[in-house]
Design a protein around this ligand. Sequence first.
Ligand code: FES
Length: 163
Amino acid sequence: MSHSAISENIVEEHAENGDVKARRAFLAAAGAAGVCYAAALAYPVYRYLASPSEMALSASAVTEVTLKDAQKLPTGSVLMFKFGPSPAMLIHHENGQWVALTAVCTHLGCTVQYEPQMDRIHCACHGGVYNPYTGANVSGPPPKPLKLFKVAVNDAGVEVSRA
Ligand code: FES
């Protein structure tokens, strides 16, 4: 084999090695891009499917909420707030009693409202009625009472925690 033929072989081998490396690099990049693309598509689906359990998890993760300056809430009025992801209410009754409850109807999950003039908690969706002191389901379709929270009033605000 002549010297120039050997050189050509070496050049061809280098060229082939270069092609193989470039091909491998391209395939690796394409594979990584494919994984990223699949993850980008799958994540929203995962979030959608997992959201009820995640909501429950995040709801149970919250054990206490401090409502700054809520000690100034006048009697006969209500303060709506969030306990984790869920609406809740703090009622300062005319007799001075403080009551905090979930504001999620136990029927189909509508947000309930305190009606001081009627001395009740009412769900406008299907007419459910709850006792504003105990959360007991009084009438209408709600199958269970509203959950009560513990309430601690101090000079800085009101602390609401899981009972
Ligand atoms: S959701 Fe409240 S009564 Fe139906």
